[in-house]
Write a protein that binds this ligand. Structure first.
Ligand code: CTP
Ligand code: MG
Length: 223
């Protein structure tokens, strides 16, 4: 099934502490963002790729597209928060009839099987995300009292997250109106009253956030 993907890469990468946007850091032989883009340029069912980038990174991003011969990518500028960047990406989508996936530029190891399963699920449920069962015991400190959450009910959300185009666009616009900011797009759909389904993802689909993650990622591509 055909789909569109919006890839958000317009952050600062502050926690990586690399002095520049982490998207350009090398993982093995290629920059992080090139790994992520190639996961989709290699997929025939991916009909459009929208890459959301900082204005100051645009030239370097275009340079990577040339160097790695990446086809069919539309570049748009991001916003202050991740959510603002996603919305700019959504505005650039050409075909509102295709399901749209929203994916972090910082997740280079997403697997095609998982993407296809997600797209299939959106056909039925209109809103779905990749997630994996939490393996740590998670504690919650609430009003000075420690509680233990039931691990059997906890999932770690990943991207891509996928939606019918109109649904997620309207959820974003409602959130803007309410001044509501969330760390992922599923949360906007949830708060908009939609049921979001979980598609079991892969533990390899990590988000590269800290220098330790970069080390793990390098070990992963070298294995
Ligand atoms: N992102 C974005 N626009 C923003 C903020 C984040 O497009 N205003 C993107 C990042 O580029 C990243 C993804 O959202 O691919 C997930 O965000 P995160 O891992 O937090 O990346 P950064 O915000 O860049 O890192 P940090 O929070 O450490 O500064
Ligand atoms: Mg961030």
């Amino acid at each position: 099934t055909n789909y569109t993907v919006v890839i958000v890469a317009a952050g600062q990468g502050k926690r990586m502490n690399a002095g520049r946007n982490k998207q350009f850091l090398m993982i093995g032989e290629r920059p992080l963002i090139v790994h992520t883009l190639q996961a989709f340029t290699k997929d025939k069912e991916c009909r459009e790729i929208i890459l959301v980038t900082n204005e100051s990174d645009e030239e370097d991003m275009r340079g990577l597209m040339n160097r790695y011969k990446l086809p069919k990518i539309k570049l748009v500028h991001g916003g202050k928060e991740r959510q603002d960047s996603v919305y700019q990406g959504l505005l650039a989508v050409s075909d509102p009839h295709l399901p749209v996936l929203i994916h972090d530029g910082a997740r280079p190891f997403v697997k095609k099987e998982n993407v296809h399963e997600l797209v299939k699920r959106i056909q039925e449920d209109q809103a779905a995300l990749l997630a994996v069962p939490v393996t740590d015991t998670v504690k919650q400190m609430k009003d000075g009292k420690l509680q233990t959450l039931n691990r059997d009910q906890l999932w770690a959300a990943q991207t891509p997250q996928g939606f019918s185009y109109d649904l997620i666009k309207r959820a974003h616009e409602k959130a803007q109106k309410d001044g509501f900011y969330a760390t992922d797009d599923a949360a906007l759909a949830e708060s908009f009253g939609y049921d979001v389904s979980i598609v079991h993802g892969s533990y390899d689909n990590i988000k590269i956030t800290t220098p330790e993650d970069l080390q793990k990622a390098t070990a992963y591509v070298n294995k």
